[in-house]
Design a protein. Structure first.
Length: 101
């Protein structure tokens, strides 16, 4: 089992999403506990935004994304970095900003 640890800003991300989307995101959080690799894909550079080593999950017919990092070496942890719209790569910019704080 993996432990889910969201960045503190993820709560704010969820508050602006429609309830239906929030429910789908929370369902993925539960799925991540069992096998986060099954429900995510690797992320690569996104227009000069370096997210190599992070992963994404498509939500709401690929309109939204969840950005995560999986830690297997020390402990089984899924760190949720950001949740939001993929429009204009907003989610990737948000994730990169949080990672590089």
């Amino acid at each position: 089992m993996y432990k889910i640890i969201p960045f503190r800003e993820v709560e704010d991300d969820l508050m602006v999403l429609p309830d239906k989307i929030v429910n789908e995101v929370l369902d993925y959080f539960e799925k991540y506990k069992v096998d986060p690799y099954k429900y995510s894909k690797p992320l690569y550079n996104q227009s000069n935004i370096n997210l190599k080593g992070y992963r994404k999950t498509y939500v709401a017919n690929a309109t939204y994304r969840i950005v995560i990092q999986i830690e297997d070496e020390i402990a089984k942890i899924v760190e949720v970095v950001a949740v939001g719209s993929r429009k204009d790569k907003q989610i990737y910019i948000k994730a990169s900003t949080r990672i590089n704080k």
